[in-house]
Design a protein. Structure first.
Length: 83
């Protein structure tokens, strides 16, 4: 793992007393899931950073890296199209 990836990964923390232990950014009450949801809904990184001034651009990159790591080794099964 590169130093950049290690630094990003270190931004993701877990605390059972914050959001039930879900992955969060640097101990803040901002979840990785919320950042991913905002991006999926079309929010730009600039909009997210403006709305959440405690966040840094590297936090958004860390959330994306975390999501990538969850799916990178995902087993793919045959998918059947629903008619």
């Amino acid at each position: 793992m590169s130093n950049i990836n290690q630094a990003l990964t270190a931004r993701i923390t877990f605390n059972p007393e914050i959001l039930g232990g879900k992955p969060i950014i640097r101990g803040l009450r901002i979840s990785v899931a919320m950042i991913l949801e905002l991006l999926a809904k079309g929010a730009t990184t600039e909009e997210i950073l403006e709305d959440y001034p405690d966040l840094e651009l590297a936090d958004i990159h860390a959330a994306l890296l975390y999501a990538y790591r969850l799916v990178e080794n995902e087993d793919v099964f045959e998918r059947v199209a629903v008619s």
